[in-house]
Design a protein around this ligand. Structure first.
Ligand code: PCA
Length: 220
């Protein structure tokens, strides 16, 4: 029986014609990491960029695919590297409306939930291995307070309160060159590089149950 890795990306938002996070996820749909010898398959699912609805879609996908590993992706326009996120906080504080016009300000993702959850992905090992394969990467210490942090928190809450054993986390990706061309001055990373980075990150996450301790993996 094959085990599943659930990889989500978001639909476009904020007037962009596409969302790199979904382009990366869908490029990897059906991919089987060579190291797992056909025993593991990536399942890509697109999430709406809508507070609340994104959580419902994610929980549906987890129930459908019963993954052993969940990685949610999102766009962080302006970043130059692929950035595994360290921590999700229990805050929704939207700078712009989401795709349904919702704009929560200073509310909780889950009322009564803990202030924060840490990623259970080996974030520094992933950064180390992506860099070793020529893909710019760094640990990020904030996923913001928009829909990406919202889904990251909801994922970790779902996994922490579930039957156990499933690891997960969130990775922000830079924008793509064709989108950067619409936002002069914005840095970008080619789709092929991003896809390669995620392949390495997934293989590392499958191979390492615990993280390495290493200096210099984080954004400053
Ligand atoms: N990026 C946004 C939400 C969807 C996405 O791809 C964020 O960083 O919150």
């Amino acid at each position: 029986m094959t085990q599943n890795v659930l990889l989500t990306g978001f639909e476009p938002f904020d007037k962009d014609p596409l969302n790199p996070s979904w382009e990366v996820a869908r490029a990897l749909d059906g991919w089987q990491p060579a190291a797992m010898d056909g025993a593991c398959t990536v399942r890509a699912v697109q999430l709406p960029c809508v507070f609340g609805d994104a959580i419902a879609r994610l929980e549906q996908a987890v129930a459908q695919w019963q993954p052993t590993l969940v990685i949610c992706l999102g766009l962080a326009g302006g970043r130059t590297e692929i950035t595994p996120e360290r921590v999700a906080i229990n805050v929704d504080d939207a700078r712009i409306p989401d795709n349904a016009g919702r704009q929560p300000v200073d509310t909780a993702v889950h009322a009564g939930g803990p202030a924060a959850y840490f990623s259970t992905l080996p974030i520094k090992a992933m950064v180390r291995d992506m860099r070793a394969q020529g893909v710019p990467a760094a640990v990020s210490n904030t996923a913001g307070t928009f829909v990406c942090n919202h889904i990251f928190y909801a994922l970790m809450h779902h996994l922490a309160t579930g039957t156990g054993g499933v690891r997960g986390g969130f990775i922000h990706v830079p924008t793509l060159p064709e989108l950067a061309a619409l936002h002069p001055g914005m840095p970008s990373m080619a789709l092929a590089t991003q896809v390669r980075g995620l392949q390495v990150a997934i293989e590392t996450a499958l191979a390492h149950q615990t993280d390495v301790r290493e200096v210099g993996g984080a954004l400053h």
